[in-house]
Write a protein that binds this ligand. Structure first.
Ligand code: BTN
Length: 254
C-alpha cells in the first residue's frame, strides 16, 4: 500500500482503498449514493476501466500511477476542476517540477500531459447532490508503459526527472493543498482569488487556440481566465467566453 492509512488532513474524512477496481470515480459515485460524507477518498492501485474526459479511457498501472477520486458535496461546481488542477500544480511544484496547466484541467510538464482530472456531478433537478473529482497522475511510468500512440503526448514524473517518486507523498501534498483552497473556494463562491495563480501557469495564454466541445469548435487567442473559470478568447474583433470544452494550441502554434 503506497498511501498512509491515516492522514491528518483537515477535510479528509474517510479513505477507501482497493487493489483493483473498475474506476475510482465509479466507486466514489456508489459511495456518494450510499451517503458517504464529503471528504471521502477512493484510491486504487489499478483500474480496469479507468475513464478520461470525452469517453476516453485512462490507463492506471499498479506500482506506477497515482489514481484517486474525492467525493465532495459543494453548493455548486463551477471552476472546481480548475481548483483541482491548480492544487495538482502546487503539489508537483513542491517536489521541484515546473508545471503548466492546459485549460480547463490538464496538467502538463513541458508540452506533455502528466495528469488529468475527470469531474463528474450528480443533480436532482437543479440541486447539485455531489461531485466526484477523479485525478490521475503519471508518476513512475516508463516510455514503454504508454501505448505508442500516446508516447508523443504523455509523460510521467519519472520520465521528466529520472527519479522514482513516492505516490503517497504526492497524494498527501495534493490533499494538503487542495482542502484549504476548497474550503476557501466554497466560502468565496468563485475562482477569483486563484485566477492570477492559474493564469501564470497557463500553457495557452497569448496563443492561438482551438476549443472543441461536441461538434462545435471556436478559435481565438487565449487572453485569460474569468472568475467563474471560463476561458477568454479574443476573436472576431471581440471576446468570447468559453465555459467548457477541450482547448489545444492551433496547428500553427505547435
Ligand atoms: C482526462 O484527462 O481525460 C481525465 C483523466 C482522469 C483519470 C482519473 S484516474 C482516477 C479517476 N477514475 C477514473 O476512472 N478517472 C479518473
Amino acid at each position: 500500500m503506497f498511501w498512509q492509512r491515516k492522514m491528518e488532513i483537515p477535510g479528509l474524512k474517510k479513505i477507501l482503498s482497493y487493489e483493483t477496481i473498475d474506476s475510482t470515480n465509479n466507486q466514489a459515485k456508489l459511495l456518494a449514493q450510499d451517503g458517504y460524507p464529503e471528504g471521502t477518498l477512493v484510491i486504487a492501485e489499478e483500474q480496469t476501466k479507468g475513464r478520461g474526459r470525452k469517453g476516453r479511457s485512462w490507463i492506471s498501472l499498479p506500482g506506477k500511477s497515482l489514481t484517486f477520486s474525492l467525493l465532495l458535496r459543494p453548493p455548486q461546481n463551477t471552476s472546481l476542476a480548475l481548483l483541482c488542477a491548480l492544487s495538482c500544480a502546487w503539489a508537483l511544484e513542491e517536489k521541484g517540477f515546473y508545471v503548466l496547466l492546459r485549460w480547463p484541467n490538464d496538467i502538463l510538464l513541458g508540452d506533455k500531459k502528466v495528469g488529468g482530472i475527470l469531474v463528474e456531478s450528480s443533480f436532482s433537478g437543479d440541486d447539485l447532490l455531489y461531485v466526484i473529482m477523479g485525478v490521475g497522475i503519471n508518476v513512475n511510468e516508463t516510455e514503454e508503459d504508454f501505448p505508442p500512440s500516446l508516447r508523443e503526448r504523455a509523460t510521467s514524473l519519472f520520465l521528466a526527472s529520472s527519479c522514482q517518486w513516492q505516490r503517497g507523498e504526492i497524494l498527501k501534498s495534493f490533499l494538503s493543498f487542495f482542502f484549504p483552497a476548497y474550503f476557501a473556494w466554497k466560502e468565496k463562491g468563485d475562482f477569483s482569488p486563484w485566477v492570477k495563480d492559474y493564469e501564470k501557469r497557463s500553457s495557452l495564454l497569448g496563443k492561438e487556440v482551438v476549443v472543441r466541445w461536441g461538434k462545435e469548435t471556436v478559435q481565438g487567442i487565449a487572453r485569460g481566465i474569468k472568475e467563474d473559470g471560463s476561458l477568454v478568447l479574443e476573436n472576431c474583433g471581440g471576446e468570447t467566453l468559453i465555459s467548457w470544452g477541450e482547448a489545444t494550441l492551433h496547428e500553427d502554434q505547435k
